[in-house]
Write a new protein. Structure first.
Length: 213
């Protein structure tokens, strides 16, 4: 039976996002319209709008919808905003940011995931996205500084290169902590070269790997 994915998307907003406090209408619209089911394996599409992360292959996951919406809302996305994403994965968070008009620069350590995300995003006609296969710990120096940075895998410490690539007034959202356990989701704001850190809540992300490619 073919699922009514738009109905499932609407229920995702009504049952998961709005009750938990996602207020930005722009973010809610993006979550409603970006076809999440296209960013998961075909045999898991029926579960795409459920309140949980899902495996996408290569030991990686797509975050649960609420976490994607929350992290997106935290950076106050706007058209033309320059955003660095660390951990492209299947490209879903990338697509949400692109739908909102951000200029997205996304780095993925695993080449097969980077290529897969490119194919999906191209098929959906997102033109304001650049993806490269690389080490997220290094950021994207050639395109820095960024208005915001979203990190979708957990390092054990905040990478210094990412701090250096956040513009004055910019915000980073990043999970930090040891792999295999819970981590702290943090916001870090650059205020005139002073980095103001705030702990948001506990999360569980796949580890961010520091490896040359």
């Amino acid at each position: 039976m073919i699922k009514d994915f738009q109905t499932l998307s609407n229920k995702m907003l009504e049952r998961q996002l709005i009750p938990r406090g996602i207020k930005s209408q722009a973010v809610l619209d993006a979550m409603r319209h970006v076809p999440r089911h296209l960013f998961v394996p075909e045999d898991m599409q029926d579960l795409a709008y459920d309140d949980s992360p899902l495996p996408i292959g290569s030991g990686q996951t797509i975050s649960q919808p609420y976490i994607v919406a929350f992290m997106t809302e935290q950076i106050e996305p706007a058209a033309g905003m320059k955003v660095l994403e660390i951990g492209t994965g299947s490209g879903y968070q990338t697509a949400v940011l692109a739908y909102l008009g951000c200029e997205v620069y996304s780095i993925e350590l695993l080449e097969e995931l980077a290529e897969g995300a490119k194919a999906i995003l191209t098929g959906l006609n997102y033109k304001n996205v650049k993806i490269k296969h690389g080490n997220g710990y290094l950021g994207w120096k050639e395109e820095a500084p960024f208005d915001a940075i979203i990190v979708t895998a957990a390092p054990e410490y905040v990478p210094q290169k990412l701090i250096e690539q956040l513009r004055d007034g910019g915000k980073m959202i990043i999970p930090v902590g040891k792999s295999g356990g819970v981590q702290s989701l943090k916001s870090i704001v650059n205020k005139n070269g002073q980095f103001i850190e705030k702990e948001l809540f506990l999360v569980r992300f796949v580890p961010m790997v520091n490896k040359s490619v």
